[in-house]
Structure formats: structure tokens, C-alpha cells
Ligand binder design. Structure first.
Ligand code: AMP
Ligand code: GLY
Length: 417
């Protein structure tokens, strides 16, 4: 029986740990650092996701069979390279392959070089040149910070004045710290967005069923972009033909492109896709499970996650199987998110919810009560025979959880209804 270490501490890692714990091949799941909501199915390890030496020491001392890295920051910092040097089995991309998410400039360059469909763009590290280019563009326009910005580094401007002021904030006023010292300015695409995630090892790409995330903070896609306010799967509005096109031209094409660049990809490749009138286009790549897509996808996936990962790594057959049910996950976030918010307010009645509630950002206080400690706090996920049923069930569970400091969108799943 195997021992698995999951690295990370949010809702995505809660879902990954939970899913590993269901595997008949897994004896124990450790999660570093994890959070208080995971203790029913995983052993918390008090090591931060960037303390690579300590994580390696823990892995060796506990004879861990497989390490799974959840978040992008340790991946972009090269955690996989460090573990591979020690001959430890780990699922995730190397630092070089993680540039697909760590640098939007690199990612766009790859799409251009390998003819992968995406929005027209230019990248800049010089403010004056960026401003001159921006002045020639039609509105709306999309500005993207080059580096990691926790899903918040994208600004869509409707007017030239707004776009110019955002560009200045990004490049001159450190709006996203150093992440925006280079920016991508790209064409605004309109269409229907969906997430196609795949288990990848070099040229082997196994697509999951598609999901949709809701990125804006408030109902009807109002408010700022967030890390994601809810997700559902599957997405029937997208035809199999479009999914196949996205698989070939976006997911598989990039896995092959990375091999050509001597940076072969292993791990979860997240293709953010937009179904446009002139074909499906790439919005972005991420090099890990989406959050909250992971939570709904892993509940909908019927396979043993440990077996899927081991078979992927060992080039053995992977045959993904999906529930007939729909899954809908609603994020409960701290009021104020994605800007500043208060922490430490007590959340009650969590046990009244009779579905999976993954903790995203919680902490126990001195009285052992669960409190909010992050922007996104809980992901409440339920299923149903139809998407409408799944949505109704999820919101019914959300209404049982009490905390005045939390808010949520009331329309997760509506796009497909
Ligand atoms: P990203 O971090 O690149 O996924 O961008 C965050 C969100 O901004 C995406 O999920 C889209 O909803 C939106 N977005 C990004 N790029 C574009 C684009 N070129 N056209 C329209 N919307 C976009
Ligand atoms: N939910 C989008 C992401 O994880 O990037």
C-alpha cells in the first residue's frame, strides 16, 4: 500500500487529497501544509510549500511513494526538479515546463511559434512602447501581467482611458508587484469559455471531461477577476466536436511543442479555451489543476486517482471514466475579496451540510472553531442528475452554512442552463 504526499493548502489540494484517500492502493495521504478541513482524510504536515529541503527530507523519512504538487508557485520555483534530483516520484512539470504558466510572454511566444490558436498580441517590457502600441488598438482590450498574480493579473478595459491608466498602474506603479514589469497586450475575444484539463506525460495527453469556472467576483460576471468563484462539470453547451478540436489544437499541440523545445511536460495541463465564431482559441495555459475546477472534476471522475497518475507516469493505459451526474461547486469567499478582507470570523453549521465541503482558506481559532483565513474560504460541491439539480442541491447546502463575513455568487452553472 502506498503513501502519498500532496503539496499545497487550498481547496484544490483538499480535493486531491480526498480523492487519493479513496484509492484502494493508498494507505496514507499526507498534505503539506494542508488546512484544518482536510483532517478527516489526510495527515497534516507542518511544512510550507516552498520549503523544498524540508519537504524532501519528510518524503525520504516517511518513504513516500508519490508526491503530487497542487499550486503553481512551487512548480514555477522548480520543486519538481529538486525532487527528481533525489529520484523521488513526483507528478508535476519541471521549472522549464512550468514557464507555460509562470510567464505569459513565454506562453504566447510558444502559441505563436507552434501555430496554436490564440488572441493576437504583443508583449512589452518598455512602458512607452507599450503605450504607443495600446494607443493604436480597438476596445475592449486585454492587459496581462507577465508573471504569476494568483489569477488576478488580467485586466479587461472597455475604454482607452481605462486601458491607459491600467497599463500605467501595471508597469509603473507596481500594481502586481514585479509580475507586471512585462505585459502582454492582447485582442479581446468573445465567445464561450471552458476549461480542458489533461493528465500529461510527454506526448501522452489524457483529457478530462470539460468544466467551466466563473472568474468574476459577482453575479452576471460583474466585478473584478478572481481565482474562480465556482465551477461545474460537464459543460453540455460545448459540442464534442469543439472539445476534440481543443484537444488536438490546444492541449496535444502544446504537449508536443514543449517536447520540441526540450521542455517536455509532465503533470496537469490546464487549457483555458474560448469557443469563438472562428474556432476555438487559447486564453491561457496553467500547469496544474484549476481551483475550483479540481474539486468538481475529481468528484465526477470515477477512476482511482493514484492509478491514473502512476499509469500516466509509467506510460501505461489510462482510461478515464466519468459519472453520469453533474457536479456544481460554489465558492464562499470573504467579503471584499479579491481586494482586502477581514479574517478570523467564526463559521458555524458546517456539519449541517450533507455534501462535500472543501476548505479553501480556513483556520481553527484558539477555541477550535473554524474561521475564515483566506479570500476564498469554502467550496460547497453537490451533484444531481441534471445541471439544474446539481445547482439547486449545491445552493441548498450553501444556505446551511452560517458566517456573516462570507459572500457567494448565486448563478454558478447558469451559463449552461
Ligand atoms: P487568465 O488569467 O489568462 O485566465 O485570464 C483571466 C480571465 O480573463 C479569463 O478566464 C477570461 O475570462 C478573461 N480573458 C483573458 N484573456 C482574454 C481575452 N483575450 N479575451 C477575452 N477575455 C479574456
Ligand atoms: N480557476 C482558475 C484557475 O485555477 O486558474
Amino acid at each position: 500500500m502506498a503513501k502519498v504526499l500532496v503539496i499545497g493548502g487550498g481547496g484544490r489540494e483538499a480535493a486531491i487529497s480526498y480523492k487519493f484517500s479513496l484509492s484502494p492502493q493508498v494507505k496514507q495521504v499526507f498534505v503539506a501544509p494542508g488546512n484544518c478541513g482536510m483532517q478527516d482524510y489526510a495527515t497534516l504536515v507542518n511544512i510550507n510549500e516552498l520549503e523544498f529541503d524540508k519537504l524532501i527530507e519528510f518524503t525520504k523519512e516517511n518513504a513516500i511513494d508519490l508526491v503530487f504538487v497542487g499550486p503553481e508557485v512551487p512548480l514555477c520555483e522548480g520543486i519538481v526538479d529538486e525532487f527528481l534530483k533525489q529520484d523521488i516520484k513526483i507528478f508535476g512539470p519541471t521549472k522549464s515546463a512550468a514557464r507555460l504558466e509562470g510567464s505569459k510572454v513565454f506562453s504566447k511566444m510558444m502559441m505563436e511559434k507552434y501555430d496554436i490558436p490564440t488572441a493576437k498580441y504583443q508583449s512589452f517590457s518598455d512602458y512607452d512602447k507599450a503605450l504607443a502600441y495600446l494607443s493604436t488598438q480597438d476596445m475592449p482590450i486585454v492587459l496581462k501581467a507577465d508573471g504569476l498574480a494568483a489569477g488576478k493579473g488580467v485586466i479587461i478595459s472597455e475604454t482607452m482611458d481605462d486601458a491607459k491608466s491600467s497599463l500605467k498602474d501595471m508597469m509603473c506603479n507596481s500594481m502586481f508587484n514585479d509580475a507586471a514589469s512585462s505585459v502582454v497586450i492582447e485582442e479581446f475575444l468573445s465567445g464561450y469559455e471552458f476549461s480542458l484539463l489533461s493528465f500529461v506525460h510527454n506526448d501522452k495527453v489524457y483529457p478530462m471531461q470539460i468544466a467551466q469556472d466563473h472568474k468574476r467576483a459577482y453575479d452576471n460576471d460583474q466585478g473584478l477577476n478572481t481565482g474562480g468563484m465556482g465551477a461545474y462539470t460537464p459543460v453540455d453547451i460545448i459540442s464534442q466536436e469543439i472539445i476534440d478540436e481543443a484537444y488536438e489544437k490546444i492541449a496535444l499541440a502544446m504537449a508536443n511543442a514543449m517536447i520540441s523545445e526540450n521542455a517536455p511536460f509532465t503533470g496537469i495541463l490546464y487549457s483555458g479555451c474560448m469557443n469563438c465564431v472562428d474556432g476555438v482559441k487559447t486564453i491561457e495555459y496553467n500547469v496544474r489543476f484549476g481551483d475550483p475546477e479540481a474539486e468538481v472534476l475529481l468528484l465526477a471522475m470515477e477512476n482511482d486517482l493514484y492509478e491514473v497518475i502512476m499509469n500516466t507516469l509509467n506510460d501505461e493505459k489510462v482510461d478515464l471514466k466519468w459519472s453520469k451526474d453533474y457536479y456544481c461547486g460554489v465558492v464562499m469567499a470573504s467579503k471584499g475579496y479579491p481586494l482586502s478582507y477581514d479574517k478570523g470570523d467564526v463559521i458555524t453549521c458546517l456539519d449541517d451540510a450533507s455534501c462535500q465541503v472543501f476548505h479553501m482558506g480556513t483556520k481553527l481559532n484558539e477555541n477550535n472553531q473554524v474561521t475564515n483565513s483566506g479570500g476564498r474560504v469554502l467550496l460547497v460541491c453537490d451533484s444531481g442528475e441534471t445541471l439544474k439539480d446539481a445547482q439547486k442541491n449545491a445552493y441548498n447546502q450553501v444556505s446551511k452554512i452560517k458566517c456573516d463575513s462570507l459572500f457567494y455568487r448565486t448563478d454558478i452553472g447558469n451559463n449552461s442552463l
